[in-house]
Design a protein around this ligand. Structure first.
Ligand SMILES: NC(=O)c1ccc[n+]([C@@H]2O[C@H](COP(=O)([O-])OP(=O)(O)OC[C@H]3O[C@@H](n4cnc5c(N)ncnc54)[C@H](OP(=O)(O)O)[C@@H]3O)[C@@H](O)[C@H]2O)c1
Length: 164
């Protein structure tokens, strides 16, 4: 099983504020859907709470919470990240979709990073992606998208694979 992180980062590695995303970027949401569709996605309970329409369709939604009595319709809830991963060992690629706490705990073990870099700063941010040591990563793909009427900031989609 390949384990991958997918995240959108501002220039200062900021990823959210008040349990919401920093900005609305339809191009990034489309990219996120394309990459994750059909796969299992793992998220922290707070990220689940932040989703405007609840679970994300056409993906196996796995929510990590220390609350052993939490039950969410059409999702699997696990109290341990390791246990969740052990259940997914036979899958081809599994995505960690946030938030900051879950990225922090999985950055040391993931094989791939799919990072959307948003070329803007968000001083009001209150959650951040963990520090990335880029010397451990090899950039394999990059696509730049200029700002347009629907997407207020330029962005790039970059994939990194961990160097062996
Ligand atoms: N820009 C992006 O790409 C992106 C992506 C995703 C999320 N976000 C943003 O990130 C923010 C949320 O991130 P966050 O760090 O506050 O929360 P989070 O990582 O989404 O969720 C944290 C929760 O996960 C559970 N948890 C964490 N570690 C655990 C462990 N080892 N075992 C069991 N349960 C564990 C706990 O749930 P309980 O409290 O229920 O025990 C904890 O409160 C929001 O602003 C969201 O919009 C941004």
């Amino acid at each position: 099983m390949k384990l991958s992180i997918i995240a959108s980062l501002g220039r200062n590695n900021e990823i959210g504020k008040e349990n919401r995303l920093l900005c609305y970027l339809p191009a990034d949401l489309k990219h996120f859907r394309k990459i994750t569709l059909g796969h299992s996605i793992i998220m922290g309970r707070k990220t689940f709470d932040s989703l405007p329409n609840g679970i994300l369709p056409d993906r196996e939604n796995i929510i990590i919470s220390r609350n052993g009595s939490l039950a969410i319709k059409n999702a699997r809830v696990y109290t341990s990240l390791d246990f969740a991963l052990s259940k997914l060992m036979n899958e081809e690629e599994v995505f960690i979709i946030g938030g900051a706490q879950i990225y922090q705990q999985t950055l040391p073990i993931v094989n791939n990073l799919y990072l959307t870099k948003v070329y803007a700063t968000f001083p009001e941010a209150d959650v951040f992606f963990p520090l990335i040591n880029y010397s451990e990563w090899h950039e394999t793909e990059q696509e730049k998208i200029p700002a347009n009427t629907k997407n207020p900031y330029p962005i790039s989609f970059t994939k990194y694979e961990r160097l062996q």
